[in-house]
Design a binder for this molecule. Structure first.
Ligand SMILES: Nc1ncnc2c1ncn2[C@@H]1O[C@H](COP(=O)(O)OP(=O)(O)O)[C@@H](O)[C@H]1O
Ligand SMILES: Cc1cn([C@H]2C[C@H](O)[C@@H](COP(=O)(O)OP(=O)(O)O)O2)c(=O)[nH]c1=O
Length: 222
């Protein structure tokens, strides 16, 4: 039996974020991944940003009426509060945390308001690095079709050509994240089914982070 841990001397659980263009399939893949990890014996906590906490609720409610750096600050403030109030405590309890949107979304979405990427990075640079940042990629036309059939949730998604712009912003954000030491797994979700994509992520986690349960128990005695 193995457990997913950052390393064999850690009791902390793994932190995995998933980002990508609106309607690429983040929530769907996350649900499949959660089921797979639970079947593997992991304790899984799924969460999302903006969070359901006070700052996340404010950010979501103000997205149509506040823009630019002010909105960017709200989303990043939510991120730091989310880390402190929910993500870190769950990780320290040994749970695997799956987060639907995280820093990569913060580097991408506020660019629709023309916010300087360097400013966005400075707002997000102190957020905890996930053990794995999954970023979904796809042919923008395919994403646009998924978005149209699901329906837009806010002004960013209604902007003409938004799927193309988001894809471009994500490519740039990934380069920045890799430079900052993030472990980024980019996967193309144009044609593969969500359960297959979840399997790819699960295999990657197993390959990099599986630790024999005996070793995690041994580490506890110290
Ligand atoms: N790999 C996929 N192939 C085809 N359709 C998908 C895939 N993943 C998700 N979808 C569909 O695309 C839509 C958006 O998925 P969703 O998970 O809500 O996206 P997101 O969370 O990225 O906004 C849903 O109708 C979903 O069923
Ligand atoms: C995390 C985050 C989200 N957002 C936006 C992107 C989404 O449009 C919105 C979340 O909406 P939601 O409907 O939950 O997401 P999705 O469309 O992916 O299903 O919040 C930001 O603008 N900045 C951020 O940092």
């Amino acid at each position: 039996m193995t457990r997913l841990r950052p390393s064999s001397d850690h009791q902390r659980g793994l932190f995995i974020s998933i980002d990508g263009p609106s309607s690429a399939g983040k929530s769907t893949i996350l649900a499949h991944l959660s089921q797979l990890l639970i079947a593997d014996g992991e304790q899984v906590h799924t969460t999302a940003e903006p969070s359901t906490g006070p700052i996340g609720t404010l950010a979501r409610n103000l997205t149509e009426t506040v823009s630019g750096p002010a909105l960017a600050c709200l989303y990043s403030a939510d991120r730091y509060h989310h880390l402190e109030s929910e993500i870190r405590p769950r990780l320290e309890a040994g749970e695997t945390v799956l987060c639907d949107r995280y820093v990569p979304s913060g580097l991408v979405m506020q660019r629709f308001d023309g916010v300087d990427p360097a400013f966005l990075w400075s707002l997000n640079a102190h957020a905890d690095r996930p053990d794995l940042a999954v970023v979904l990629e796809a042919d923008p036309q395919t994403i646009a079709a998924r978005l149209e059939s699901r329906g837009a949730h806010n002004r960013f998604q209604l902007a003409p050509g938004s799927s193309h712009a988001e894809s471009r912003f994500y490519r740039q954000a990934c380069a920045r994240l890799v430079q900052a030491g993030y472990d980024v797994l980019r996967i193309d979700c144009t044609t593969m089914a969500p359960d297959q994509l979840a399997q790819i992520i699960r295999d990657r986690l197993q390959a990099f982070f599986a630790v024999p349960e005996l070793e995690t128990t041994d580490a506890r005695t110290w």
